[in-house]
Structures are given as structure tokens and as C-alpha cells.
Write a protein that binds this ligand. Structure first.
Ligand code: ARG
Length: 401
């Protein structure tokens, strides 16, 4: 085995990555540098630095990447309409390529030969980390201890931590596996593994249940400029702040819960619940503006792009040439996507109730059934005659046989 001197570990400060830190040091006799990204997971990251040091990290990186995450990953996915299997806004999947890019950067700066992650061998995230890492640096070595080590349960990990003097808070056994960032929360394991069971209320992290949400609707107006959400109720917002604000307003109204049986890349069907109020609201508002502004062919073609784009992101192919090419298409469609969408949030539902734009293709004079109508109804006769020609031709030809 090639000697490894330095490893950069994607570190969350939780039990798994703390044990991994110590395990890597022992197994490879290597220096371990940790990297932690603030992606809006809502936990205080000040203790992470201290924890990593106490667990034996030779150097600790903690970085606020929320801005970069929202402009370079979340925004393109929103504009592409990327919802995996029609529903999942891809919060976890979008964060992985960014974290990986950062790990590679730190590895190059620190002259580390390897990076390490704490993903299991059954999920999508291992694929996303590793495919992205090799796309950015084909020479880098990747270590995935959870796939190899003998620690089979949380109890065994706690035992390992005790033996190795790793500081772990002795908490109740966490009933769920949770991954969170500003674009959403992903929750699985425990009772949720039974797809017939309704998710218990303690599974949800940031949304109220529709039953507990206010009995009066909340109306909001979201403004877009060139496909970018820039305002809420007449006030300008930076994207990060807008997302955080919509998570609060949506969550308060019970909006953004998604209970999904999904197809993992490794062939397993799994059940995950998501909470993504801002993502649900923004996808709805953005799509609505496209309905108003884009011509029919572009709008319909973009649906195909959305589906493919969501698969690329989910499947760990963020760095692929195809994703970048699709981005170029999407960007072209967003040039005139400016306007305002009015949304009603009420006890878990989220509905568009109004839309307007200077670029709107909606022409009331064409659509109306009043005397303002300018549509030439007589011209429809000739149009229908020719539109139906292929079907009449078939009918006539078949009669001859
Ligand atoms: N199923 C989601 C995905 O593959 C989330 C995976 C992580 N979920 C979790 N609860 N840790 O993107």
C-alpha cells in the first residue's frame, strides 16, 4: 500500500466523522486535516473546530459557503426546474459536489494525497463524492472507512470512541439520519423505513404540521429578475436570505413536506422524507413565471431538460459536460424571466393565485370571451382543416383496403 502522509476529511462533528478521524490517524499513521462547510445546516459550527482539534486533527477548516452554494448550485438547479422523480428538490445531492470541490482544493493546498468521507456503501452520497473528486482531480485517493471498517452499529462506534478518548456527547440514540442545509432537510431511518407508517411528528425538523399551522392563509409575492428570485413582498433580498426567510414562512404554514419512495443510484428503493419549504415555494413560483413568459415549444422542451438535469444531479454527475451544456440552455431561457408571482400558503398547501410580468405572452385580448376579443374565429376553420389532414388521409386510405 502506498504511504499516505496527509488526509483531508469531510467532517461534520458528529459521531461518525469523529470516529473516522481517529480511525484514519491510527490506520494510516497519517495527519488528518478536517474540512467543515457551513451550508446553512443551522447548527453552531464554533464547537466543531474545538472538537476536531480535541479528536486529533492537525488542522481544521470551517468555511461559510452558503453564498456559493445558493448561487452556483441551488440557483442553476432551481432555474432548471430540477426535482428528482418529480418531487425531491435535491438539497443533499446539490451540496455534495460543492463539499467535494472544497475538499480537493484543501487537499491540493495542504499537499494531501487523499480525501475521506463518512458515507456508507449503500447510498448515493458516496457516488457523488467520489465521482466528483475524480472529475476534479483524477490522481486523488479517496478513503471511505464506513464501507470497510468492522464497526457495525452506533453502540460499537460509541465504544470505539470511548476507547480512543474521542469526545462524544452521550445523547439519546438519534432515531433518524438527518442531512440538512439551506435548500432542505433529508430524513430517513428508524420507523420511516416502513413505507406504510405515517412519519411521526418528531421526524420533522423545521415545518409545523398542517394541523398546527395558522387557520388563516398567508399571501406572499415573490419577485424574479432574469430567472433569479430577488424580492419578497416588495423588499429586495440576497438569495441566501430569501431562502432562509421562505423556509420560515413556509415552515410556519406547514408547507414543504415531501414523503417519497425514491430510486437510489445503487439500485435500492428507499423512503425518505424531506422538508424544503423555500424550495417548494420557489420551484412553484419559478415554473409559474415560465408558464407566463416562455413560448410553448421552449416551455415543453424545458420539461425534458428538467427531468434529465435532476437525474444528473441525483446521480452524482454534477461535473459532467452534459450538465454544463444543459445549464447553457437553461440560462438562455431565463433572460426574460422577470416578474412577480403571488402565492397563498395555507395549512400545508402552496398555491399560485396571481402572476404578472412585463415579458408576459398572455394577451387578454386574445384570451377573452367578451366583446374585446380580437381573435379571428373564422380563421380557425382553415387551420383545423389542415391540422386534421393527416388523420383524414389515414381514414380515407384505410377505407380503400
Ligand atoms: N435521499 C437523498 C439523496 O440521496 C438524501 C440522502 C441523505 N439522507 C440522510 N437522511 N442522511 O440525495
Amino acid at each position: 500500500m502506498k504511504k499516505i502522509n496527509k488526509i483531508v476529511l469531510a467532517y461534520s462533528g458528529g459521531l461518525d466523522t469523529s470516529v473516522i478521524l481517529s480511525y484514519l490517524k491510527e490506520k494510516y499513521q497519517a495527519e488528518v486535516v478536517t474540512y467543515t462547510a457551513n451550508l446553512g445546516q443551522g447548527e453552531s459550527l464554533t464547537s466543531v473546530e474545538e472538537k476536531a482539534k480535541r479528536t486529533g486533527a492537525s488542522k481544521v477548516y470551517v468555511e461559510d459557503v452558503r453564498e456559493e452554494f445558493s448561487s452556483n448550485y441551488v440557483l442553476p438547479a432551481l432555474q432548471a426546474g430540477a426535482l428528482y422523480e418529480g418531487r425531491y428538490p435535491l438539497a443533499t445531492a446539490l451540496a455534495r459536489p460543492l463539499i467535494t470541490r472544497k475538499l480537493i482544493k484543501v487537499a491540493e493546498k495542504e499537499k494531501a494525497e487523499a480525501i475521506a468521507h463518512g458515507c456508507s456503501g449503500k447510498g448515493n452520497d458516496q457516488v457523488r463524492f467520489e465521482v466528483t473528486a475524480k472529475a476534479l482531480n483524477p490522481e486523488i485517493m479517496i478513503l471511505a472507512p464506513v464501507r470497510e471498517w468492522e464497526l457495525k452499529s452506533r453502540e460499537e462506534e460509541i465504544e470505539y470512541a470511548r476507547k480512543h478518548n474521542i469526545p462524544v456527547e452521550v445523547t439519546e440514540k438519534a432515531p433518524y439520519s438527518i442531512d440538512r442545509n439551506l435548500w432542505g432537510v433529508s430524513i430517513e431511518c428508524g420507523i420511516l423505513e416502513n413505507p406504510w407508517e405515517e412519519p411521526p411528528s418528531d421526524a420533522y425538523q423545521l415545518t409545523k404540521s398542517p394541523e398546527e399551522a395558522p387557520d388563516k392563509p398567508t399571501y406572499i409575492e415573490i419577485e424574479f429578475k432574469g430567472g433569479v428570485p430577488t424580492g419578497l413582498d416588495g423588499e429586495s433580498y440576497k438569495l441566501v436570505d430569501l431562502i432562509e426567510k421562505l423556509n420560515r414562512i413556509g415552515g410556519e404554514n406547514g408547507v414543504g413536506r415531501i414523503d417519497l419512495i425514491e430510486n437510489r443510484l445503487v439500485g435500492i428503493k428507499s423512503r425518505e422524507i424531506y422538508e424544503a419549504p423555500a424550495a417548494v415555494i420557489l420551484h412553484l413560483a419559478h415554473r409559474e413565471l415560465e408558464r407566463l413568459i416562455l413560448d410553448k415549444d421552449t416551455l415543453h422542451f424545458k420539461e425534458l431538460v428538467s427531468q434529465r438535469y435532476s437525474e444528473l444531479v441525483y446521480d452524482g454527475l454534477w461535473e459532467s459536460p452534459l450538465r454544463k451544456a444543459l445549464d447553457a440552455f437553461v440560462r438562455e431561457t431565463q433572460k426574460e424571466l422577470s416578474g412577480t408571482v403571488r402565492i397563498k400558503l395555507f395549512k400545508g398547501s402552496c398555491e399560485v393565485v396571481g402572476r404578472k410580468s412585463p415579458y408576459s405572452l398572455y394577451d387578454e385580448k386574445l384570451a377573452t370571451y367578451t366583446k374585446e376579443d380580437i381573435f379571428d374565429q373564422k380563421a380557425s376553420k382553415g387551420f383545423i382543416h389542415i391540422w386534421g389532414l393527416p388523420l383524414r388521409t389515414v381514414a380515407k386510405a384505410r377505407k380503400k383496403i
